[in-house]
Design a protein around this ligand. Structure first.
Ligand code: GRF
Length: 215
């Protein structure tokens, strides 16, 4: 069974979705540890309550990005993970860190990449007047919110939406697609083909568009 380490910075609802999928027998991984860069991250307590080793490494205690990333990598590597899962980890990672975990570092981003990399994605989607928004799980490259796409879910943008309702609709889909992406990795179904992710033969039609309920 593959070993994963989850990195968080706050609430940790995507982490919870991964734990719930594991507990339901739908995600065959060992969650070796959860690590936060913020000591006060609510998700740390959730992880500890679930019996998972939970650590924090406060980025503020380090002089710079490289030294923090080096300490973080040392902690992560102590758990010998097959996959490192960024779940609301609000740090820009150094190139060296990303290269160290090439092909085994996943992120979830609350937009349909390559649209809206960076922060405030829901506000920007509303400002731009897009009719379809969503979320993306991708392998991480040194460019922020960029890399081979593993799975995306699209949601409609309603006239009645504000930032909170749109964020909620997208988050429900995040909680569906992240366990799915990690499961594919755990089952060795993901292959990198140039800049694209291919799914193993039984899922050869590839692209997954989840048609969500509208709320
Ligand atoms: C999610 O929207 C995720 O896509 C983004 O940050 C948020 C984290 O939420 N990267 P949570 O901590 O998983 O609840």
């Amino acid at each position: 069974m593959k070993n994963i380490v989850i990195l968080i910075s706050g609430r940790g609802s995507n982490m919870e979705a991964l734990i719930a999928a594991r507990d339901a027998g739908q995600l065959p991984v060992n969650i070796a540890a959860v690590i936060s860069n913020r000591p006060a991250a609510a998700g740390l307590e959730t992880a500890a309550k679930a019996g998972i080793t939970a650590h924090f490494i406060d980025h503020k205690a380090f002089a710079g990005r490289e030294s923090f990333d080096a300490a973080l990598a040392e902690c992560i590597d102590g758990f010998a993970p097959d996959l490192v899962v960024l779940a609301g980890f609000m740090r820009i990672l150094s190139d060296g860190f990303v290269r160290h975990y090439a092909g085994r570092l996943m992120n979830i981003h609350p937009s349909l990449l390559p649209s809206f990399p960076g922060l405030h994605t829901h506000r920007r989607a509303l400002e731009e007047g897009v009719r379809i928004h969503g979320c993306t799980v991708h392998f991480v490259t040194p460019t922020l919110d960029h890399g081979p796409v593993i799975i995306q879910a699209a949601v409609p943008v309603l006239d009645s939406d504000d930032e909170a309702t749109l964020a909620g609709r997208v988050l429900r889909q995040e909680h569906r697609i992240y366990p799915q992406a990690v499961r594919w990795f755990a089952e060795d179904r993901l292959r990198l083909d140039g800049g694209r992710v291919r799914l193993a033969a039984e899922l050869a039609d590839g692209a997954v568009l989840i048609a969500p309920e509208v709320r």
